[in-house]
Design a protein. Structure first.
Length: 367
C-alpha cells in the first residue's frame, strides 16, 4: 500500500541521470519543492499490520540533507514518533504536528506502547491501550499507527518499518535502566528534535483531577454515576449530597442578593433622576416667581402702569396756554338748602353782585 501523497506534481523537469540512492533527483542547482500533505483525512490512520510494504525494493535511508531538499512523492521521508499518549491532549497533537512538518515530504508513523509495557516502566494509565490507539488514529497528522510499540527502539524494528528519523523532544528520557533511551538514535544521526508544549501534560491533567477530587466526584454523582462506580464510601456520598444542597442554597441566596442589588441600584437611579427633575422644576418655579413678584418683576411694572393711568384719569386737563380766551358765562347759581344765607363768594363775584340778595337758579331747578 503506497503512502498517501498530494495530487499536485512538480512541473519542473528532472534529470534522468544523477539520481540519488533513494530515487531523489537533482535539479539544475535548485532543490525541488514538494507540496505538503495538507488535506484533511476522512478516515482514521491505518495500523501498521494493515499496511502492505513492498520489501522487494531495497531500502536505503535518506540523509538529513536529502530529506530537507525534498524526496520524490513516491518516496516520502519516514519519520517515527512514539509515546504513551494517555489522555490525548493538545500537547501530543502539537508534537505530532511538528514531526509531520519536519521535512517537505513526510510520512509519519506513530508508535503507541501497550498497557503491559507502560504499567511496568512508567505507571498506571487512565485510558487503556485500545482507547489510546484509537485516539492517535484520529489525529490528522498521523499516517500510520504501530500498536504495542517497543520501549527501546532496536535496529531490527527500525529496519522493519523502514524508518529514516525518530522525532521526540530533546530532553533526555531516562527509563528502563538508561539515562536516555534515545541515546543510540542520536549517535546514529537519526534523531529529529521537537519542542514540548509548556503548561499541559498528562501528569498536569491528572494532578488537577486529584486536587479537585471532591468537585469531580460530586459532578459525576449528579450525572447519574453510583457511589460504587466512583469508589465513594457511603459517608462521603451523603456528605457530597449535603454539600450539593448547601451549594444550591448558597446559589439561591447569592441570586437574591444580586437581584436585591440590582433593585437598589435601579431605585437609586430613579431617585437621582427624580431629584434632578425636582431641582429643575424648583429652579423653574423660583425663576417664574421672581420674574412675577421680584423687585423688578412684572407685577411691579403693572402696578406702576395702573397707578399712572389712575392718576391720569382723575387729574383735570389743563387748557393749553395758547388757546384764545373767551368770556366765561357765569356759573349757574343755586340756593343752599335749609339756609337763607348766601354762600360765600369770591371777591370778584361779590363786587359784581353786591345788590343781589339771592343766587339765581336755572329754570329747570325752578320748575
Amino acid at each position: 500500500m503506497e503512502p498517501p501523497t498530494s495530487s499536485r506534481l512538480n512541473s519542473r523537469k528532472r534529470r534522468k541521470d544523477g539520481s540519488g540512492p533513494n530515487g531523489a533527483a537533482e535539479l539544475d542547482g535548485i532543490p525541488p519543492k514538494m507540496s505538503r500533505r495538507s488535506f484533511g483525512l476522512r478516515e482514521p490512520a491505518p495500523f501498521s499490520d494493515e499496511v502492505e510494504i513492498d520489501y522487494s525494493k531495497p531500502y536505503i535511508r535518506v540523509t538529513y540533507e536529502e530529506a530537507m531538499r525534498g524526496t520524490p512523492l513516491d518516496r516520502p521521508v519516514r519519520v517515527y514518533a512514539d509515546g504513551i499518549f494517555d489522555l490525548f491532549h493538545s500537547g501530543h497533537a502539537r508534537a505530532l504536528m511538528q514531526a509531520k512538518n519536519l521535512f517537505p515530504n513526510t510520512y509519519l508513523i506513530v508508535g503507541v506502547c501497550s498497557d503491559e509495557l507502560t504499567h511496568n516502566f512508567k505507571g498506571f494509565t487512565v485510558m487503556n491501550e485500545n482507547e489510546r490507539y484509537d485516539a492517535v488514529q484520529h489525529c490528522r497528522y498521523v499516517d500510520e499507527v504501530v500498536r504495542n510499540a517497543p520501549w527501546t527502539l532496536t535496529p531490527e524494528f527500525l529496519a522493519e518499518h523502514r524508518i529514516d528519523f525518530v522525532a521526540h523532544d530533546d530532553i533526555p528520557y531516562s527509563s528502563a535502566g538508561s539515562d536516555d533511551v534515545y541515546k543510540h538514535i542520536k549517535e546514529a544521526g537519526m534523531f529529529a528534535p521537537t519542542q514540548r508544549t509548556e503548561g499541559i501534560s498528562t501528569s498536569d491533567i491528572i494532578t488537577r483531577i486529584v486536587r479537585d477530587y471532591d468537585v469531580y466526584a460530586r459532578r459525576n454523582l449528579q450525572r447519574g454515576y453510583t457511589a460504587k462506580e466512583l469508589n465513594v464510601s457511603f459517608i462521603n456520598e451523603k456528605k457530597y449530597h449535603l454539600q450539593e444542597r448547601v451549594d444550591k442554597v448558597k446559589k439561591r441566596v447569592k441570586d437574591v442578593e444580586e437581584k436585591s442589588k440590582e433593585f437598589v441600584q435601579k431605585v437609586e437611579e430613579k431617585s437621582i433622576d427624580l431629584i434632578q427633575k425636582w431641582e429643575e422644576k424648583s429652579r423653574e418655579f423660583i425663576g417664574n416667581f421672581l420674574e412675577m413678584f421680584g423687585p423688578e418683576g412684572a407685577l411691579k411694572h403693572m402696578l406702576k402702569e395702573g397707578k399712572g393711568r389712575m392718576l391720569q384719569a382723575i387729574s383735570p386737563k389743563q387748557s393749553p396756554s395758547s388757546s384764545p380766551t373767551h368770556d366765561r358765562s357765569p356759573s349757574p347759581s343755586f340756593r343752599w338748602p335749609f339756609s337763607t344765607k348766601t354762600p360765600p363768594s369770591s371777591p370778584a363775584s361779590r363786587s359784581r353782585n353786591e345788590s343781589a340778595v339771592t343766587y339765581d337758579i336755572s329754570e329747570d331747578e325752578e320748575d
